[in-house]
Design a protein. Sequence first.
Length: 132
Amino acid sequence: DGVSKDIKVDSNYGDIELLNKDIRTTTNTRDICKDTVIERYKTNINDFALNPNYGADLEKNIGKGIDRNLSNSLVASLRYSLTYDNFIDANNLSIIPLIIGNEIKLYTYIKVGTTTLEITSSYDGNGVLKID
């Protein structure tokens, strides 16, 4: 059970997408999962009053140097944001970090039905998470 229809949003800014002057929606399970994952990644703890634990809280890492400790912290935060309420079963989730220069590439793999959803993102030293 879960969400069977949702508003489609832009991956990087969370803006509502329009189609023929109307709000775009989707019933595609992969799209709904991807949009929700991205929303959780970009949300900070206490952003939602009714669900204060919702989000990865990446803002807490602003100003930290790009290193293995930050990489591990990001993975733990992202993993928590997806599993704390059983949105994603931890057994169906893999997050692989890769430090490349002044950024950390984060490869997220989620089993959705019989397929695997891949979301690639980049975290820079300024605290910005971009979805590739």
